[in-house]
Design a protein around this ligand. Structure first.
Ligand code: MN
Length: 287
């Protein structure tokens, strides 16, 4: 199933070019009280929500996808885990271009040395909310990435078991200010993590290790690759991350960007597409 969030926090099932409002399915969620859990309640109870959504959807009138404002399909991830330089050709382009590496050695290191980093959860938006660029006197880049939504608690998981912990997939945009600072700072302004257009449950993705992904800016293609070129694939990233910290339901892992990163500016319109997931359009403005 394809599950989206839209407008003022409504829940929808995506059916072709239409959305069916299944907000009533959120009634199956337990009533959490303070202190709130460190996982995302919807993803932690995804099977129950999907089951109720299936029965609610049948009676819901279809709404055109284009008529709604799409939000992030995960509202409250505990963390956004990011893989730097996880495609060899992107590592090559970073090493070849001072405007990308800024002579920071850790920016040029392979992922096995550089490790993973986190984006602030406050950076998260959906495609309909757009990207508000800060520091527009500096280079701001798009990065298109396969995003993995963790479905259940994962701690010290082996790569062989990695896929068992995945709830679904989405498109992730890792918007980035280039410069010498820590990645977590440069990649965490509000709206610099775009997740969408919806969550596709894992059963609908035949092979996450073989998905075409691409991005265009104002209709001009900038990045086009396939997840088969990931240095660390989805299960390897889950092993790597969960060796350092527990992954909780709703945590998002963005798997890294292929070559072709390039600048964006206010007024641009980004179109990102991943095979078997869908296409999303994201507008860029000044903050
Ligand atoms: Mn990235």
């Amino acid at each position: 199933m394809k599950l989206c969030r839209y407008n003022e926090g409504r829940l929808g099932v995506v059916d072709g070019d239409a959305i069916r409002d299944v907000t009533a399915a959120l009634d199956v969620l337990p009533a959490y009280r303070y202190p709130l859990p460190s996982f995302d309640p919807l993803i932690a109870n995804l099977d129950a929500v999907l089951s109720r959504a299936r029965s609610v959807a049948a009676a819901a009138a279809p709404i055109p996808v284009r008529s709604v404002t799409l939000l992030s399909p995960v509202a409250n991830p505990g963390k956004i885990v990011c893989a730097p330089v996880n495609y060899q050709k992107h590592l090559d382009e970073v090493r070849d271009d001072a405007s990308l590496h800024h002579n920071v050695s850790m920016t040029m290191a392979p992922i096995q040395t550089a490790g993973l980093f986190l984006k602030a959860t406050s950076a998260l938006v959906g495609p309909g909310q757009g990207i508000a660029l800060r520091k527009i006197d500096r280079r701001n880049d798009h990065e298109v990435e396969l995003a993995v939504i963790i479905g259940r608690q994962a701690n010290n998981v082996s790569a062989a078991d990695g896929y068992k912990y995945v709830a679904g997939y989405a498109i992730g945009l890792d918007i980035t200010i280039r410069g010498p600072e820590e990645r977590s700072l440069r990649k965490s302004p509000d709206s610099y993590a775009v997740l969408g257009p919806w969550l596709v449950t894992a059963d609908e993705i035949p092979d996450p290790g073989s998905l075409d992904l691409r991005i265009a800016v104002n209709g001009e293609q900038r990045q086009s690759s396939n997840t088969r070129y990931l240095i660390l694939g989805v299960p390897q990233l889950i092993e790597y991350a969960s060796a350092f910290y527990t992954l909780n339901p709703g945590d998002v892992v963005i798997t890294g960007t292929p070559e072709g990163v390039s600048p964006i500016q206010p007024g641009d319109v980004i179109t990102a597409c991943i095979e078997h997931i869908g296409t999303m359009e994201v507008k860029v403005r000044a903050a």
